[in-house]
Design a protein around this ligand. Structure first.
Ligand SMILES: [Zn+2]
Length: 365
């Protein structure tokens, strides 16, 4: 097991600590701390920290950026100053050189994910260095994303060849990170890039839905209900756009409340997915609907999340296990990871019971 939030120990620790917090127990305290120990040792050793950053990159799900929000939450919940120090060590490894070298850009593995993590750290530790690095990430995204698509489609072409549209790996997540960046950094070109990127993804989605697009040119067709690659991620980016109060601009259609409402209602009524995990599965949908409910202050999306969870739990009861992978009912298969395993499912269930537990992939705030 690695350290990252996607499948590593920090996600497991986050779930265990959230469980204790929700249940007002300390039952899992020793295991939470033990699961973090190897990461603590690695971050405390400059050479090992450099090797880790070289190996996993700066991204917000599989890289150094993914460690920040969990470490900040764990610091708050466990009242352990050492965890905030670990977050600072992590952020130090998101160096200007690594940001400049990023060619993936997206939330999962690139500078959009690093940006969300740095913003989360800046909220609790408002030092100039974190803001400067967040600014570097946003400028890097502005400079590259609207003009360059990397050969494998991981970048964000402005108008053509849109091959990745989702939150995790493409347009939507980058737009969302830039919107969050603009709220703190406040540079007009960041907002322009965010709105342009979001609008490109949204128009591409409409083309797909209205059968005007060549589906073969698109990876991760975003017509699904999930947040990773689907419509829920776009709705969440649009909500962040709405919250910036920019609905009076020429981009009003991008962030139209009516469109967001229609999308969330459709997602809440959609059939449950064959997989249950947070990544591209039912508990990702639960988590995203809860985040929409929180951001919009509308309880009915909390109820939609509850309904998706109830259907999923009923199926898991019949099968005797959660379906972590398609075709695998998981009876003999335990995966503790956050996005593809049980700790993320557990965390989403805790959020249903206690909506104040933050959504870990949206960058907080
Ligand atoms: Zn996914």
């Amino acid at each position: 097991m690695g350290y990252d939030l996607y499948n590593g120990s920090v996600g497991l620790s986050l779930f265990l600590a959230a469980l204790d917090r929700a249940a007002s127990t300390t039952t899992h305290g020793a295991l939470t701390v033990a699961a973090l120990r190897p990461l603590r040792q690695t971050l405390g050793d400059k050479r090992a920290r450099t090797d880790l950053a070289d190996s996993i990159g700066i991204g917000g799900m599989t890289g150094m950026g993914s460690l920040l929000q969990p470490l900040i939450l764990l610091h708050r919940w466990l009242d352990d100053g050492g965890l905030l120090a670990m977050a600072r060590q992590t952020a130090e490894a998101i160096t200007p050189v690594r940001i400049e070298a990023d060619s993936l850009y997206n939330i999962k593995s690139g500078s959009a994910g690093a940006l969300l993590g740095l913003l989360a750290l800046y909220r609790v530790d408002p030092a100039d260095i974190w803001l400067d690095r967040a600014r570097l990430c946003s400028r890097h995204l502005v400079r590259h994303c609207l003009t360059n698509a990397s050969p494998d489609g991981a970048g964000v072409p402005a108008e053509t060849g849109y091959r990745r549209l989702g939150y995790v790996g493409g347009h939507t997540g980058i737009a969302c990170a830039l919107l969050r960046g603009y709220a703190v950094i406040g540079e007009q070109e960041v907002l322009d890039a965010a709105l342009g990127t979001l609008d490109a993804g949204r128009r591409a989605l409409n083309d797909i839905n209205e059968d005007r697009a060549d589906r073969g040119a698109v990876r991760h067709v975003p017509g699904g209900a999930d947040w990773c690659c689907g419509r829920l991620g776009i709705a969440l980016a649009q909500i962040h756009c709405l919250r910036l109060g920019r609905t009076g601009t020429s981009n009003v259609s991008t962030c139209a409340q009516k469109e967001i409402t229609a999308a969330l209602d459709t997602i809440g009524r959609a059939e449950i997915s064959p997989v249950d995990r947070v990544c591209c599965g039912n508990f990702g949908r639960v988590d995203g609907l809860l985040e929409a409910s929180r951001l919009l202050g509308q309880h009915r999306y909390h109820q939609s999340a509850g309904s998706v969870a109830a259907h999923t739990l009923a199926r898991a009861d019949i099968n005797g296990a959660f379906a972590l992978f398609e075709g695998n009912q998981g009876k003999d298969f335990i995966h503790p990871g956050f996005y593809r395993g049980l700790s993320g499912i557990g965390y989403a269930l805790l959020r249903l019971a206690q909506p104040k537990l933050p959504c870990v992939w949206s960058g907080g705030g």
